[in-house]
Design a protein around this ligand. Structure first.
Ligand code: ZN
Length: 482
């Protein structure tokens, strides 16, 4: 199998990491771990986006340099990756000298599609984004994300000829050369493209924003933060001459949130076309997470730090909840009650119980010896299909059918009665089949819950039961906070 390259979007470090970031990290990690099972060479990259006016302003407020601020903030993301057991191979920062150097080289290569002009139009400093007239009109002049009026900007900028690429970008998306998952996001971006793609401003005057990558050969301008941030996906590979670029580009899957679809499905492909290189295969777009059906926001005071959830339920339960109970193709809702229910009912009562019971019976009735385990007998086609389509929730539904199946099998075959009736042959067969199914389950959950998978393998994997020191998911009676 050929090489596999998967990326997350790189979070902007003007705030602490939240569960939306965590969702995307875990989803990418599931894909990377899954592909590594096939001995495919995988490169999994994440990182941080560190330039721009918002960073500079915040640093000034704190009386530190922008670099000091981003060093500190980036560390919080690096820490989160560790807490979530994310297996990324690399971490790119847009302040890395390599990124800066290569971003400038990319700008030079794109120069025939770049011109200098006067930008008069709309801008939200909260979004650090330029908006076309139509969007501003539709929003009645106020950015709905920041609840702040759009500013009218008039300044000299460099422009990228996005309009020139619009027909080809549209064709690539329509034909699934660049496949956008799920389908409704594909239609959404096609609507945007059909309503017209204007050329975009890709620089800011240095006198207004100082914290950015200088435009080559023009000291009065810095690159617009979004424009250079997108380049991270190839600068991290050493584009253009790097070995990794030759071996890993085009990306197999790029993961993003729905709010940055326009950048990744319109501007990014156009930039790649301008460079004359291939488009990524799949752009997977996840939804947003609400908390108790309310938008997560600092002003509502309902922001939950991922580490608070991990501290209560453990990393694997965290990964499980966000992959199964936040819909892969839609927005989702986090509540402490929902995660506690999933933890107790599905992880403790179903998976933990099956592992504990089967191991205990083999210990009691057979002195821990499992005996010949039958070949895996479950059809995993649906699971594989779901993962290939980034339907993480569906993939885990498939696994849980099997988890419930093990418990049901034990209820139906009643090994304790076989033991009492003195039918060791049949008893051994039943328990070996149950153990075999749990080993299979351990394999299927490995991308999602690596520690749990490892523990289940440790119990059954050698043919002789190695009991767990602690139950897999001890029941959480009083864990819910609210
Ligand atoms: Zn805004």
């Amino acid at each position: 199998m050929s090489n596999f390259y998967v990326t997350t979007s790189i979070p902007y470090v003007n705030g602490e990491p939240h569960i939306g970031h965590a969702l995307e990290f875990v989803a990418a990690d599931v894909i990377a771990r899954y592909m590594r099972q096939f001995k495919t060479p995988v490169l999994f990259v994440t990182g941080t986006d560190e330039h721009g006016g918002k960073i500079a302003d915040k640093a000034a407020e704190l009386h530190i340099t922008p670099k000091e601020l981003t060093d500190k903030m980036t560390q919080t993301f690096v820490d989160l990756l560790k807490e979530l057991n994310i297996s990324n191979d690399r971490f790119i920062r847009t302040t890395d000298p390599e990124h800066i150097k290569r971003a400038q080289a990319i700008w030079k290569t794109l120069e025939k599609h770049i011109y200098k002009g006067n930008y008069t139009g709309w801008y939200c400093s909260g979004c650090e984004a330029f908006y076309p007239e139509a969007v501003v009109k539709a929003d009645n002049g106020t950015c709905p994300i920041h609840d702040k009026p759009y500013e009218k900007l008039e300044e000299e900028n460099y422009f990228f000829k996005l309009s020139e690429f619009a027909p080809r970008v549209k064709e690539a998306i329509e034909s699934d050369k660049l496949r956008i998952v799920p389908e409704n996001r594909k239609h959404e971006i096609l609507n945007v493209i059909n309503s017209g793609l204007d050329d975009i401003s890709i620089s800011r005057p240095k006198e207004k924003i100082n914290w950015g990558i200088p435009v080559p050969d023009d000291t009065s301008q810095v690159m617009y933060v979004w424009f250079e941030a997108l380049m991270n996906y190839i600068t991290v590979l050493g584009y253009p001459e790097g070995k990794d670029f030759k071996e890993y580009w085009p990306a197999n899957v790029q993961l993003i949130g729905k709010d940055i679809l326009r950048f990744h499905a319109a501007i990014w492909p156009a930039m790649l076309m301008g460079l004359g290189i291939e488009l990524p295969s799949v752009l997977y777009v996840h939804g947003h997470i609400e908390i108790d059906n309310k938008k997560m926001s600092k002003s509502l005071g309902n922001v939950i730090a991922p580490r608070d959830i991990v501290a209560k339920y453990g990393v694997d339960a965290f990964r499980y909840f966000f992959m199964r109970h936040i819909p892969a193709y839609d927005d989702g809702d986090f509540t402490w009650e929902r995660i506690e229910a999933a933890y107790n009912n599905e992880l403790a009562d179903q998976l933990g119980n099956a592992v504990g019971r089967v191991a205990a019976m083999i210990n009691t009735y057979q002195k821990g010896t499992i005996g010949a385990i039958p070949e895996p007998e479950h059809d995993v086609a649906q699971y594989k299909e779901a993962l290939a389509a980034c339907r993480f929730d569906k993939a885990l539904d498939e696994v849980w059918d099997q988890v419930r199946g093990v418990n049901q099998y034990i209820e139906e075959t009643k090994p304790w009665e076989l033991a009492r009736a003195g039918d060791p042959e049949h008893l051994r067969e039943v328990l070996a089949r149950a153990a075999g199914s749990l080993i299979e389950i351990a394999m299927l959950i490995a991308p999602f819950m690596p520690d749990t998978s490892y523990k289940i393998h440790a119990v059954f994997g050698t043919g002789q039961i190695k009991p767990l020191a602690h139950p897999l998911f001890p029941k959480a009676e009083t864990k819910a906070q609210k």
